[in-house]
Design a protein. Structure first.
Length: 255
């Protein structure tokens, strides 16, 4: 079931969205060569605590997971696509890092992700990240009343495929509100004009995931969470929580 949010509810969702944006900005600023992924998780915990927010990631355990997620951010490095568990790995010069973060505040949830490089960037990584951001922007632009889920999926997928990148099979965005994952699902590839019609009051997490090597396949680490490219190529992830309104899409997780 899809819950349509009122204007007041969408305004309320801006609060956790702002916390997510602040957390991602703090983590990105802290990320430098020699910092561990656990260090970055501690930075995120401090921002969440300072805002009086909780983490919808911490302790989250969907059906596929063997254990609850143990951190407040997903930290995915280089060939890790999504769901990386922060550990003692220390960032190295040239690493590509994707950070996914959520916040719960006032009974509402925000969710967003950003990818960036540490130290001296590889040109290919910058292009991959720029394409992920362009795909996200295209998806957001299609989030209009009267359009359909397929229009968002087509917009995202067209940008990714045109650049020659892969799209992890079966993974995409989702509805969001009182819970982190709500209906409807938002694929990262699809046919325009198909799927559920978009209505004002729907709030979606739109999140392109790109694989540099061009394949859609992935493998899961032994931790049951981290998804990696099968060919060892790098991956990027970008995400915003977006409200569909009569005045156009409203990004709730922007600074």
């Amino acid at each position: 079931m899809v819950e349509l949010k009122t204007e007041q509810s969408i305004d309320a969702m801006r609060a956790p969205g702002r916390v997510v944006a602040q957390t991602l900005a703090a983590v990105r600023e802290a990320a430098r060569v020699g910092m561990s992924l656990l260090d970055l998780d501690r930075v995120a915990r401090e921002v969440l605590a300072g805002a009086g927010a909780s983490s919808p990631f911490l302790g989250y355990r969907p059906e596929f997971a063997p254990v609850p997620f143990p951190a407040v951010i997903c930290a995915s490095v280089n060939d890790a696509i999504v769901h990386g568990i922060p550990d003692g790995y220390r960032l190295r010069d040239g690493d590509l890092v994707s950070i996914d973060c959520g916040a719960k505040l006032g009974g509402w949830v925000g969710d967003a992700a950003v990818s960036f490089t540490v130290g001296r960037p590889r040109p290919a990584d910058l292009r991959l990240i720029e394409t992920a951001e362009a795909a996200l922007a295209a998806g957001i632009a299609a989030a209009l009343p009267g359009n359909r889920i397929g229009d968002i999926a087509h917009a995202v997928g067209t940008v990714c495929r045109s650049a020659g990148y892969g799209i992890p099979d079966g993974f995409g965005g989702h509805g969001i509100g009182r819970s982190m994952h709500e209906d409807p699902g938002v694929p990262n590839e699809g046919l325009p004009g198909r799927g559920m019609k978009l209505r004002a009051g729907m709030v979606l997490a739109i999140e392109p995931m790109l694989v540099a090597g061009g394949t859609d396949d992935y493998r899961c680490d032994g931790d049951g969470w981290t998804l990696r490219t099968v060919d060892g190529s790098r991956a990027a992830h970008a995400e915003h929580t977006v409200a569909i309104t009569a005045d156009g899409p409203r990004i709730l997780t922007a600074l």
